[in-house]
Design a binder for this molecule. Structure first.
Ligand SMILES: [Mg+2]
Length: 184
């Protein structure tokens, strides 16, 4: 990455225009990374409403979404169902293998997939996609591999920022906002 630019891509707009699927990690990306563990197996995570609205726009634009995560929780299952994720893979130890399977089933080329991950267990996906975003709260060890450093933190709009950027470069944002105005 050069200077103050958040991306090392000279042709970031063109890179965004090719994206058909956005995948992301859960802890530290959809959430701030904290997990509240209570009695009787209760597990709580905080999700951002702004990411939810963004993912609804993403869906309206006919694009694919999904989550690949090492942990497994009912909260994420519910979030994925509410937002109609195309893919949800929990309790994953080899994320790169899951990515390969997803790309094969959806017929996606590397440059058509973007991923958001915050830590070392995301590198097996981040280094195999066309566009690797990291949230502001990423671990420093993943930064050299990132294509774009988001200014938002996980659980606080990181997913929304990434998909807004892609939708904007695809020229779709205005029409999607019109859709909200017209209650479509
Ligand atoms: Mg994580």
């Amino acid at each position: 990455m050069t200077g103050s630019s958040p991306t090392k891509h000279d042709n970031f707009a063109q890179t965004c225009r090719k994206i058909r699927m956005l995948l992301f990690d859960c802890d530290g990306v959809m959430t701030d990374g904290h997990v509240v563990l209570g009695n009787d197996g209760l597990e709580l995570k905080f999700f951002a409403a702004a990411d939810g609205i963004g993912l609804k726009m993403w869906k309206k634009a006919g694009l694919l979404s999904g989550c690949i995560t090492g942990r497994a929780s009912q909260g994420l299952e519910r979030r994925a169902s509410e937002l109609k994720f195309d893919e949800l893979h929990q309790g994953v130890t080899r994320k790169g293998d899951v990515l390969a399977d997803i790309m094969k089933r959806h017929g996606l080329a590397r440059e058509e997939v973007a991923y958001i991950g915050d830590d070392l267990n995301d590198l097996s996906v981040g280094t195999r996609v066309g566009l690797f975003f990291v949230p502001a709260n990423h671990h420093p060890s993943v930064r050299p591999y990132a294509d774009y450093v988001l200014s938002s933190r996980g659980g606080d709009g990181a997913v929304r920022e990434a998909l807004d950027l892609i939708l904007d470069h695809k020229g779709l944002i205005e029409g999607l906002i019109e859709g909200f105005i017209n209650q479509e």
